[in-house]
Write a protein that binds this ligand. Structure first.
Ligand code: NI
Length: 227
């Protein structure tokens, strides 16, 4: 399931992040965070995760993700990795790849499985040309270029790439989630049920049937969740 989450960051939050990112001295070559196959096709800049700048930037993304109800319902996060901040410019791109299946989390000091990928756009679409995120799944290729502050969420199992940026700069944050529910199809069903339950509750209130269906949601989650 691919999900567009609008305004995961407010324009004000984007402006504050961008002010710091645009003047930062902490940009380094991005290859070092890629896996062996991906290193050869990755051409971008990243904020050094060991820099002081990173320490103040990363928590703001994590907090926004933690506070978003739509993301919680769609991804059912067990753990959210600290984000990478990247910048594509001067024909910078990232060829087709699948993200590493396991990644080390500094915050919990252990490896996590990456089930869900997230990109939070920090540049407005008119600031750059090219730079589309292309995600391939069973239903074909999806081209993604969102407003600054919006996020795209997709299964980490998907082959994806970032097209060359031919004008301007494309700045984004990306990260990964280990979900309580590993399977994308099961997560999609739970998300669908949850969203419809919310609408039903708004329309008809907590009727006996709505309460019964809500227990059904929780019992499915109980069946499928790994903790
Ligand atoms: Ni990737």
């Amino acid at each position: 399931m691919m999900l567009h989450i609008p305004e995961i960051l407010t324009k004000q939050q984007v402006a504050e992040l961008r002010q710091q990112l645009d003047t930062s001295q902490a940009w380094i070559q991005g290859q070092q965070s890629a896996g062996f196959q991906a290193q050869k096709i990755k051409n971008n800049l990243q904020i050094d995760p060991n820099s002081i700048a990173y320490q103040s930037l990363a928590p703001r993304i994590i907090q926004a993700l933690n506070n978003n109800i739509l993301l919680k319902s769609a991804a059912l996060p067990r753990h959210i990795l600290s984000p990478l901040f990247n910048c594509y410019q001067d024909a910078g791109h990232y060829g087709n790849h699948v993200d590493n299946a396991v990644q080390y989390s500094n915050s919990i000091g252990q490896i996590i499985r990456t089930d869900v990928s997230i990109t939070v756009f920090l540049s407005e679409p008119d600031e750059y040309e090219g730079g589309e995120l292309i995600v391939e799944d069973n239903y074909g290729c999806h081209e993604v270029k969102l407003d600054a502050g919006d996020a795209i969420v997709y299964p980490a199992t998907s082959l994806h790439r970032v097209e060359p940026v031919t004008r301007g700069q494309r700045i984004a944050a990306c990260t990964w989630i280990q979900s309580m529910v590993k399977d994308d199809w099961q997560r999609s069903m739970l998300f669908n049920l949850d969203m419809n339950l919310i609408k039903l509750r708004q329309h008809i209130g907590d009727t006996e049937e709505v309460v019964a269906l809500t227990s059904h949601y929780h019992n499915l989650l109980r069946q499928w969740a790994e903790l």
